[in-house]
Ligand binder design. Structure first.
Ligand code: GCV
Length: 849
């Protein structure tokens, strides 16, 4: 290979062409040290090293690289090493087509290395997808070997080597073998064929638009790269609420295009299918799983698909759940349903993922013995051992539905002769929807480490019961947004999921630290601050949205986002918390309740059944208690509710200051975007705090012993202000607005104004305007003090509501206002479309600093 050929091959491999001006620009940015980051490369930034680290790794790493094998996956590994080393060390590895006579990086499967380079003495076996990083000397030449059990293992080894450099870990005298904890390390995407994504907060689908696969699949390949860097080896590409069209012949070549884009990264594609397909698209008069024609249809259709995508990973099936048809139509079981599809996949090596999320969403809420939490175990445990060996029962981490805190699903222990996988939700459906910082790894760790006759991680991976397969599935729902998930900080959850799927023994602290270093650089102040914020964020979010196992007190029949304490009650969805004037919590005990606790193995059941031993964090998930019940920490339930909501909201407010301390240490683009996100969260948290606390105060009649609930010094309700054009409206639910009311400017009445005469002491103040930003238009606001315009802004956010409620409630903070007694504080609202420039209140806070 001549120099030009080598050069262009490298460019092809790394997918970059450094034309002269781009190269100059890149150099300039490197010099400045703080690139403007879009987030597209997530944790694969390969930021330039400097100082002694740069010298060290330049010396430690050879100049040349060779690879045994020429598969697309091995080519990805080579390309990634070139890209990463160039980024971090400013050196371009020279590719050698032949066995190198100089110190080199050598890539290959262990089998190829044993065969082609016996002099290295590398022998043995590695588990599937495992890698071995090894420093070897032979004939006076030093080799850094990246060996894999297969091509995928080589790719994972390449990423691991680069990660070591980025994290400042040693790469000399290497002898490190790593094998994945479980075979299944998959992503599910809930993308619809029209390009929308159910519970997706990072933009439109990277796979689909207008009913077909996108022409441009470059983001799919980039996604494959991110997934491969974590060792993720499968991805389902459409919503589990599956579109039946996907099984029609015209989609096979389209699915094949996605598979082609992901294959170089070792990621196998799977699709979600609809159980009614034999009838709806197959033209049969039935989809009864025990009907021979149905079995034949699944077999034929599956074979057709495998002709187009020979390495298809399999199918995901949601049946008899939330309106999806299933085997119950014919009185058949989930095992009957799973097996008929699994048998069609079996000859092709495919897996059938049958979702354990099967429950009745029309349950009678009046019956205190009804309990949705029981459903997965009740439906699947009796069938244990009756599923074929290429069926995997895919079980959500908790028995309800990705709430802010749930116990581990008892079904993990309820299947010992059936493959299973844990389903974790990376997309933050019930956890702030990419608007709140919530690092989910600590939550996932609690579940994976929970002992149910063996830790959950051992049960789901198949290790505990010696199953042929098992593992981890993450619902990611990335989209076309540059940063994939709608904000920069949520990327830590995708990273964390992948790292845990590879090795669930890793700690949350380690994962947070790694991710921060890889994503924001190694400045210790940055690493410490962001890691600390991430590590506290789940508890903070829980503190102001759903404590003591209450789950999220959100609008569960609507957007799953804003506060709505009673939305879960008096309907069939079964997310009841059963709060009334006497007490709160679901009685799930065996003794007096629904019996859910009895689904756990004896030790866990004993722990939860007794009020003495049930952990406070899950108390109200397991028990119904009076508000005066005293927790292990010595507080009453009601006081704990009040305190934690104040603490959570305060901690959310503190994020802003913590983040501001990083100004100049994080590139301006991410700094500004994260700051805006955290300021928004700091304004949402008090909405939750006040709503939940006021609701429980009214219900229980028990006052906050610290006197805060219902008392807000400095707050002036908009409805008590002097109104011009604005009218007072009742807000539903009442707790989502201060005093249950707001003022709204009917369109056509524009502009409206609410004013207030300040009578406090002269001084410096911070003004907070709590207003509502619905997604029905872009209202504008002006703040005047004594006629002087001091701020104006547009309500241009896209919160998931059209209503004046807890979801749209947000705030504007204006610091540094000098007020004198008699000053008029005046807010003018200019409505737009359906956005009525509604205001809840203002808060005037003395600020002498
Ligand atoms: C894809 C919850 C979500 C649904 C989701 C469902 C599931 O109910 O709100 O959007 O549907 O879980 O996991 O199937």
């Amino acid at each position: 290979m001549n120099a030009d050929e080598r050069g262009s091959k490298i460019e092809r491999l790394i997918g970059v062409h450094l034309c002269s001006s781009a190269a100059k620009y890149a150099v300039l940015l490197v010099t400045l040290g703080l690139h403007a980051e879009t987030g597209a490369n997530a944790w694969l930034l390969y930021q330039p090293l400097d100082g002694s680290a740069l010298q060290h790794y330049r010396q430690a790493l050879p100049a040349a690289m060779t690879a045994l094998g020429n598969s697309a996956v091995i080519a990805s590994a080579q390309g990634e090493l070139i890209r990463g080393v160039r980024g971090m060390l400013g050196r371009t590895l020279r590719m050698e087509a032949h066995w190198p006579a100089e110190d080199s990086l050598v890539l290959g499967t262990l089998a190829d290395l044993e065969r082609d380079a016996p002099q290295l003495g590398l022998a043995g076996r590695l588990p599937t997808d495992a890698f071995w990083l090894k420093s070897v000397s032979a004939g006076g030449v030093k080799y850094t070997i990246v060996a894999g059990s297969n091509d995928r293992g080589v790719l994972y080894g390449a990423f691991a080597l680069l990660r070591k450099i980025a994290l400042g870990e040693p790469i000399t005298n290497l002898d490190e073998k790593q094998a994945p904890y479980a075979p299944i390390r998959w992503i599910n995407q809930w993308d619809n064929l029209d390009g929308s994504i159910e519970r997706g907060y990072g933009g439109r689908s990277i796979f689909w638009e207008n009913g077909h696969v996108r022409d441009d699949l470059s983001r799919v390949a980039e996604y494959g790269r991110l997934l491969a860097s974590l060792g993720i080896n499968g991805c389902s590409i459409n919503n589990v609420n599956a579109d039946v069209r996907l099984l029609t012949p015209e989609y096979a070549p389209q699915i094949a295009r996605i598979a082609d884009a992901l294959r170089p990264w070792g990621v196998r594609v799977a699709i979600s299918v609809d159980f009614g397909s034999p009838k709806t698209v197959g033209g049969l008069d039935t989809f009864d799983p025990l009907d021979r024609r149905v079995a034949a249809w699944w077999a034929a259709r599956t074979s057709d698909l495998y002709r187009a995508v020979p390495d298809l990973g399999g199918f995901v099936l949601k049946a008899d759940s939330e309106g999806r048809v299933g085997p119950s139509t014919y009185g058949r079981t989930p095992a009957d349903a799973a097996n008929v599809v699994a048998r069609a996949l079996k000859p092709h090596g495919g897996l059938l993922f049958y979702r354990g999320f099967v429950y009745d969403h029309h349950a009678d809420w009046r019956n205190l013995k009804n309990d949705r939490a029981r459903a997965a175990y009740d439906n699947f445990h009796p069938l244990d051992g009756r599923f074929d060996d290429n069926v995997v029962v895919q079980i959500k981490n908790g028995p309800i539905d990705f709430q802010v805190r749930e116990p581990a699903s008892p079904l993990f222990a309820g299947l010992t002769q059936t493959n299973q996988a844990i389903e974790l939700q990376i997309t933050q459906e019930y956890l702030g929807q990419a608007r709140a910082m919530v690092f989910l790894v600590p939550m996932w760790k609690e579940t994976l480490d929970f002992d149910m006759g063996g830790p959950v991680r051992e049960l789901v991976s198949g290790r505990a019961n010696h199953r042929p397969t098992g593992g981890f599935i993450g619902v990611a729902n990335v989209g076309l947004d540059d940063n994939w998930l709608g904000n920069y900080l949520s990327q830590a959850n995708l990273y964390g999921f992948g790292r845990l799927a590879w090795n669930p023994d890793l700690g949350a602290r380690q994962i947070a630290g790694e991710w921060t270093r890889l994503t924001f650089g190694s400045d210790p102040k940055v690493v410490d601050t962001i890691s600390a914020m991430q590590l506290q964020s789940w508890r903070v979010y829980e503190d102001y949205t759903g404590v003591l196992g209450l789950q999220g007190l959100t609008d569960i029949t609507g957007n799953h986002y804003g506060v709505n304490v009673e939305a879960s009650e008096r309907n069939g969805w079964g997310q009841w918390h059963r709060a009334d004037e006497h007490g709160v919590g679901m009685d799930r005990t065996v003794a007096t309740g629904t019996g859910f606790i009895g689904q756990y193995p004896p030790a866990a059941a004993k722990l939860y059944e007794s009020l003495e031993t049930c952990p406070d964090d899950l108390l109200l998930f397991m028990h119904h208690v009076p508000y005066t019940h005293v927790l292990h920490d010595g507080k009453t339930v009601i006081q704990y509710i009040y305190d934690s909501h104040y603490e959570g909201a305060k901690a959310a407010e503190n994020y802003v200051g913590q983040w501001k301390s990083l100004r100049g240490r994080v590139d301006e683009q991410r700094y500004a975007a994260v700051l805006a996100q955290l300021e928004y969260q700091a304004g949402q948290a008090p909405v939750w705090r006040d709503a939940v606390n006021n609701w429980f105060f009214r219900e229980s009649g028990i006052a906050d012993e610290k006197g805060r609930v219902g008392y807000h010094p400095g707050r002036v309700e908009a409805e008590s202000m002097h109104l011009e054009g604005y009218t007072v409206v009742s807000v539903m639910p009442w707790e989502s607005a201060s005093g249950g009311e707001a003022v709204s400017c009917a369109s056509g009445a524009a502009p409206c104004a609410a004013s207030y005469r300040f009578e406090g002491a002269p001084g410096w103040y911070t003004l907070r305007v709590q207003y509502f930003d619905t997604n029905t238009g872009v209202a504008r606001f002006r703040l005047r003090i004594q006629g002087q315009l001091v701020d104006e802004w547009a309500a241009a956010d896209h919160v998931p509501t059209q209503k004046i409620d807890g979801s749209s409630s947000t705030r504007r903070t204006v610091a540094g206002i000098a007020l004198r007694p008699g000053d008029e504080i005046r807010i003018e609202g200019i409505p737009d479309g359906g956005d009525t420039a509604a205001i809840d209140y203002i808060e005037i806070e003395s600020n002498t600093n």
